[in-house]
Design a protein around this ligand. Structure first.
Ligand SMILES: NC(=O)C1=CN([C@@H]2O[C@H](COP(=O)(O)OP(=O)(O)OC[C@H]3O[C@@H](n4cnc5c(N)ncnc54)[C@H](OP(=O)(O)O)[C@@H]3O)[C@@H](O)[C@H]2O)[C@@H](O)CC1
Ligand SMILES: Nc1ncnc2c1ncn2[C@@H]1O[C@H](COP(=O)(O)OP(=O)(O)O)[C@@H](O)[C@H]1O
Ligand SMILES: [K+]
Length: 491
């Protein structure tokens, strides 16, 4: 499990730890870790050109001391001093080790550029000359390593207002910052390496949590010797319409591959024919009227993919939501409940799985605002609606009604293709039917779905059905202890 924190939380912990240590200890630990990652990236250090972008705060101090260490190993290190002041002891250390102060024109010739402009002490968009230096680093051919946080990315939220450094690697000190895991910040951070500076014992409860293989393996249900198909969990799927038959096929496929004991599909004749043709395993009810009264007992429902949004779909949604089992609502189901919020008044749990556009419909916020501050918006929606919300997109976030939040770190941009969301609804729905809470089903579902996406893509395009097919292999990767897909920033 990875835990991530806001800038305020980190500052508080650093304050406590610093009071117990001789002055400068933490910065030396940070610089040592930073220099080690840089040396690794450079391969051999002697003679390589390193440019440090140095801001006025301790982030610049980290860069200067790391530069000192690289200079001692023979690197040609130049510091671009961007701030109104500079960490004096750090600059002295660099100069004594043979480093120099240089102009911004040297950025283009560097093998490695160390971004020490601002870290967790930043506020608002990058000012000049920092913004210009960030752009110059992005345009240069050298590898860019961000110190603690890419400058221009808000460490607490992942917001990017204006220019920001686009790093190949971010070396972060003491603990992960939320903004390194949530887009757009995560995109700018690249691969994230954590340097242990002894902060672990002093951090409070995390702002967000990212599950790893071990956590998901622990949560995923496994059939016991006594299991039968009913006890493993039966999922009902109310999806598809005469216009959209594929969504039903994909949702049922995701559910069957994710371990439901049985899937009961309920729909109109056209999607029924398609589901029958693809999945003889599913138990079918042809719905003559918009009601689930004739469908046998289930432990959870998936409601919405391809359902349509007319009166009939509305009435079917009302019938599903009147049941006493957990319901995952996706796609058209979300449009229906956005128009008729009363449908969400129920005692059994609800999991909503919108993308940003659907969340905008639900809450009235602007889509662009949601994309810019995903965590804030998913938390607010979960609290306002009193349900669990999984926000899909380049980083998937899950929030519960009491403010708890998880971020999914698996996934691949190859998943950005029609129908993969339908597969996710089936996967997460199957986990709900197997007894996981909405919060766990959402997080484990997103994790397995993201990993399945990576396996299915393997560097080339995928179709949504391939993701469903890859779900068992993804579960195997999670439960076998393989390290596949565990590194941060590999997409
Ligand atoms: N504390 C510790 O023990 C440890 C800390 N560590 C390291 O320290 C870092 C935090 O250092 P920090 O607190 O000095 O703040 P930091 O991020 O360098 O910058 C603040 C300065 O930047 C400026 N500035 C702000 N916003 C700006 C903007 N938009 N655009 C332009 N400029 C802007 C502003 O300066 P001014 O405007 O006054 O010139 C402000 O004073 C942390 O990320 C980690 O790397 C590690 O070594 C581990 C031990
Ligand atoms: N850029 C991206 N990187 C990673 N995952 C993505 C990206 N874009 C979309 N996804 C994932 O792909 C799926 C798309 O779902 P959705 O938007 O509902 O599509 P559809 O309705 O066509 O099924 C979600 O799981 C989402 O998180
Ligand atoms: K930085």
């Amino acid at each position: 499990m990875r835990t991530a924190y806001t800038a305020d939380q980190i500052r508080g912990a650093e304050h406590t730890l610093m009071a117990r240590l001789p002055e400068g200890t933490l910065m030396q630990r940070a610089a040592a870790g930073l220099a080690a990652v840089c040396a690794d990236l450079l391969g051999h250090v002697y003679g390589r050109r390193v440019v440090l972008l140095v801001g006025s705060g301790d982030n610049g101090g980290d860069a200067l001391y790391a530069g000192q260490r690289l200079a001692r190993r023979g690197a040609r290190v130049g510091a671009v001093l961007a701030g109104s002041k500079t960490h004096e002891a750090g600059l002295r250390a660099l100069l004594e080790a043979g480093g120099r102060v240089v102009g911004a024109d040297e950025i283009g010739a560097a093998d490695l550029i160390l971004d020490g402009l601002v870290g967790i002490g930043a506020s608002g968009a990058l000012r000049e000359p920092y913004a210009r230096l960030a752009e110059a680093a992005n345009a240069a051919p050298g590898r860019v390593v961000a110190v603690d946080v890419p400058s221009g990315v808000d460490a607490s939220s992942g917001r990017v207002e204006g220019a920001a450094v686009r790093a190949a690697v971010t070396v972060t000190m003491g603990a992960y910052k939320t903004g390194l895991l949530v887009d757009p910040g995560a995109e700018f951070a690249g691969r994230v390496e954590l340097v242990d500076i002894g902060l672990g014992a002093y951090v409070p409860d995390p702002d967000v949590v990212a599950l790893g293989h071990e956590d998901v393996a622990r949560l995923l249900p496994r059939p016991g010797a006594e299991s039968d198909k009913y006890r493993r969990g039966v999922l009902g799927v109310a999806a598809g319409s005469h216009l959209y038959t594929g969504a039903a096929v994909l949702a049922v496929g995701g559910a069957l591959r994710a371990g439901a004991g049985m899937v009961r599909y309920a729909g109109a004749e056209e999607p029924v024919a398609q589901v029958r043709a693809h999945w003889p395993e599913a138990v079918i009810t042809v719905l003559d009227r918009p009601s689930i009264d004739e469908v046998g007992r289930v432990q959870a429902w998936v409601l919405g993919p391809g359902l349509g949004t007319g009166e009939r779909a509305h009435d079917l949604a009302a019938s599903v939501l009147a049941s006493d089992v957990p319901v995952l609502i996706d796609a058209d189901g979300l449009t229906i409940v956005a128009k008729d919020r009363e449908l969400l008044r129920r005692t059994a749990p609800v999991l909503l799985t919108p993308h940003a556009g659907e969340l905008a419909r639900l809450t009235g916020a602007e889509r662009a605002d949601i994309e810019a501050a995903r965590l804030e918006h998913v938390r607010a929606a979960a609290a306002e609606l009193g349900v669990t919300v999984l926000l899909k997109g380049s980083t998937t976030l899950i929030a519960g009604p009491s403010g708890q939040a998880r971020v999914n770190v698996t996934g691949s941009s190859w998943l950005a293709t029609g129908g993969t969301g339908d597969v996710l609804s089936g996967v997460a729905g199957a986990l709900l039917a197997q007894g996981l809470s909405c919060y766990d089903a959402a997080a484990c579902g997103a994790y397995v779905h993201g990993l399945a996406g990576r396996l299915a893509a393997d560097g080339a395009p995928l179709a949504a059905a391939d993701v469903a097919t890859a779900v068992p292999a993804a579960i195997r990767a999670v439960t076998s202890g393989s390290a596949y897909g565990e590194k941060l920033g590999e997409r």
